[in-house]
Design a protein around this ligand. Sequence first.
Ligand SMILES: [Zn+2]
Length: 223
Amino acid sequence: MLHLQISDARKLIIETGLALAERKLILGSWGNISMKIEKDCFAITPSGRSYDQLKPDDIVIVNAEGVKMAGIRTPSTELKMHMALYKAHPEFNVIVHTHSTYACAVASMRKTIPPFIEDMIQVIGGPIRCAEYAIAGTEELAQNAVVAIGNNNAALLANHGAVCCGKNMRETLNVASIVEKSAQIFCITEQMGGAINIDAKTAKILRAFYKEHYSKRQAGEEL
Ligand SMILES: [Zn+2]
């Protein structure tokens, strides 16, 4: 369980929104960010507000069912997807939904990005699958995203964008950057005859090293 205060979570979400905008992973008011404060308390960006205008009070507080507990704004239209992913994955503490250009390009082709780059396998867990199409904001999209993520940390949303999850803000920002980079490499390699994928046995070793050591070193839990 996280012991973040609501005010800390609100500030962290705003900082992350600005970082995502700076990396061009979100644009204007599109995309959204949420964070688990504790088991039945989550913070999420509001619907239709630009990240450069967000104030701490704009960040909405909801319970595990997505019911608003505090805040003046309407929560993000993708609230259902965030809550469905938290329910399916108790290990996720942060979820970022992006509309980055290359992820959207591959999502528009409704293709899966195969496991061809080491950092993608380590941080995301394997292929970046594309969820079946459903209209934004619907329960159907939420369930399709849960299926596409499986045991990984990210998925594409057909004709829409990407959803990226992690155990903390730093890891989730990293997931979002690697999704976009992998999508860009996919677009390049597809034009050059296609990448050679990393085999399943090697992928398992790479993922295990990241989970058991590298992610802990990044979090300062291992020297
Ligand atoms: Zn969206």
